[in-house]
Write a protein that binds this ligand. Structure first.
Ligand code: URA
Ligand code: SF4
Length: 216
């Protein structure tokens, strides 16, 4: 290990991230939370969903997306044919902002190390961002109305930005967009799986590349 690398780089785990989050006092949200919400899901999850921050019910239970927005997320996952138990769900900030206000840039920055470690540990094939704050991690300055539902490759990571489910509860148009966008997840995941298949060791130049043999 080199001097610049953080201590946890080689021996980190999702459990140790969660333990650190539960005791974290890196920002002022630690003073008003009931419980921190590290996130949950299996270590081999192929898809990582990143929300904004815990709300009232999440703060009470310590689990992500268990309130009204969470119930809608469950519906969206089900209609996309995804099992909640197979995906990892977390947030940009792990502690509830008072009155569910927007997380502040300083809070997001203070918490970013935990999210980055979760991403490094999971190495998800696909990241689905829910709402503006997780979108901004990958697409700073972009508008969610413009890019929602569009799969993008960000430095080798496939990211699919979505509206926040809570916004879908407020606006029927956003609800419709979320339903449409979530239906793309299985296709995006299939694309991600293909992309991560290592290329064949030898690719003879006189043979046609495989894509010329497909029918579409
Ligand atoms: N909204 C979020 O962004 N995250 C949660 O965990 C719950 C509601
Ligand atoms: Fe720590 Fe993140 Fe909670 Fe702030 S929001 S106290 S940085 S876990």
């Amino acid at each position: 290990m080199t001097a610049q690398e953080p201590q946890h780089a080689h021996n980190d785990s999702l459990e140790s991230v969660a333990t650190e989050v539960r005791g974290c006092v890196r920002c002022a949200l630690s003073q008003t939370r009931t419980q921190a919400v590290p996130g949950e899901g299996p270590a081999d999850a192929e898809i990582l969903f990143i929300g904004e921050g815990p709300g009232l019910n999440e703060d009470r239970t310590g689990r992500p997306f268990v309130g009204a927005a969470g119930q809608f997320l469950d519906e969206l996952l089900a209609q996309a044919g995804l099992q909640r138990s197979a995906v990892f769900i977390t947030n940009v900030v792990k502690c509830r902002p008072p009155e569910n206000r927007d997380p502040e840039p300083g809070e997001i920055a203070a918490c970013a190390g935990y999210l980055d470690r979760q991403i490094a540990l999971l190495q998800p094939k696909l990241i689905v961002t829910l709402g503006r704050f997780s979108m901004a991690k990958y697409f700073p300055g972009e508008s969610i109305s413009r890019i929602h539902g569009k799969l993008r490759n960000v430095g080798g990571q496939l990211v699919l930005p979505m509206f926040h489910p809570a916004a879908g509860l407020r606006r029927p148009e956003t609800r419709t967009a979320l339903m449409q966008d979530f239906k793309q997840i299985p296709l995006a995941l299939a694309a991600a799986r293909k992309q991560q298949v290592p290329p064949p060791e030898k690719q003879p130049e006189d043979e046609p590349p495989p894509q010329q043999m497909t029918l579409f």
